[in-house]
Design a protein around this ligand. Structure first.
Ligand code: NAP
Length: 286
């Protein structure tokens, strides 16, 4: 990495906890690859202090923030302007400091769509999709799938009220399906996305029924199965899907592509995706 100078531009991730974040390696690799005089650091910001962190961003002239838990909603409330996605989701994962005006974006959904394209060559237009989960990631993905022309986005979630809230974001193609009634819907769809945290930290070798989000016997070779979890790289769901002949992808590509969109928003330069993917993959060896 080049020596910082008085002209070095600054970006950071704010969150709590944040020290485990892969974003510094992802973005610093990108800056270094392109020879940009930028640096990216992780800043621990206590819950409840997001608005103050944004004030500091203005005062200190920090160029870009990535935003992670638990600040995505509070940052959305404190930005000067929101993109359509960030406004709909009321959640921001990327802030651009445009001459002191803070613009909140949500790059998760577009990052997911870019990852589908790049890793699997898949365009969701015309597909029937199932999204498991109704949290922040599931909402972004459901909205992005709907905007990309999916003909159906079924949300299956443990807590029904959260599923209803998610579907309200894309009512034209969204449908709530109760977990107990999911079989026909999963069997009849082309794309299955796990956007719950089920499988995180689980090992395929020791996995039990609680480590996969639905009955794996429903998966066929006709399905594409994406698990946005990336720790481990091969979740019990992905291991089962691969064994049943489905096309699969893990969460690394979405992680890289949502960061790549942020990188371009801050710098105005196309992100070096393959260098970023290599950096993140080397940190995530199972
Ligand atoms: P979140 O807002 O906390 O949502 C978690 C979701 O998982 C909820 O729908 C929750 O259901 C469900 N869930 C959790 N434990 C469950 C269980 N035991 N049984 C059934 N459902 C369960 O989290 P998030 O931000 O959306 O993130 C979800 C996952 O995606 C995390 O593992 C995160 O690391 C990953 N992620 C990956 C990327 C990427 O770039 N690859 C980006 C964002 C997130 P309830 O509503 O019923 O609680």
């Amino acid at each position: 990495m080049q020596m910082p100078t008085g002209a070095t531009r600054l970006a950071a991730v704010i969150g709590s906890p944040v020290r485990h974040s892969l974003s510094p390696q992802l973005h610093n690799t990108a800056f270094e690859t392109l020879g940009l005089d930028w640096i990216y650091v992780a800043l621990e910001v206590a819950p409840g202090s997001a608005a103050e962190a944004l004030s500091a961003m203005r005062i200190l002239g920090i160029d870009g923030f990535s935003v992670t838990m638990p600040h995505k909603e509070a940052v959305a409330a404190a930005c000067d302007e929101l993109t359509d996605d960030a406004e709909a989701l009321r959640a921001v994962n990327c802030v651009v400091n445009s001459d002191g005006r803070l613009i909140g974006h949500n790059t998760d959904g577009d990052g997911f769509i870019d990852a589908l394209n790049a890793e699997l060559g898949l365009d969701p237009a015309g597909l029937r999709c199932v999204v498991l989960g109704a949290g922040g990631a599931a909402r972004s993905i459901g909205l992005a799938l709907a905007r990309s022309g999916a003909t159906q986005v079924a949300i299956i979630n443990r807590t029904a009220a959260r599923a209803e809230e998610a579907v309200a974001l894309f009512p034209e193609v969204g449908v709530v399906v109760a977990p107990g009634e999911a079989a026909a819907c999963i069997a009849g769809c082309e794309l299955i996305v796990n956007a719950t945290s089920i499988g995180m930290g689980s090992s395929a070798e020791t996995a039990g029924a609680g480590d996969v989000p639905f009955d794996i016997a429903l998966i066929t070779a006709e399905h594409t199965v994406v698990d946005i979890v990336y720790r481990p790289l091969v979740t019990p769901l992905l291991a089962a899907a691969q064994a049943r002949g489905a096309r699969t992808a893990n969460g690394v590509s979405m992680l890289t592509h949502q960061a790549a969109i942020a990188f371009t928003l801050w710098t105005g330069v196309a992100a070096p995706i393959s260098a970023m993917t290599a950096a993140v993959s080397s940190m995530l060896v199972d």
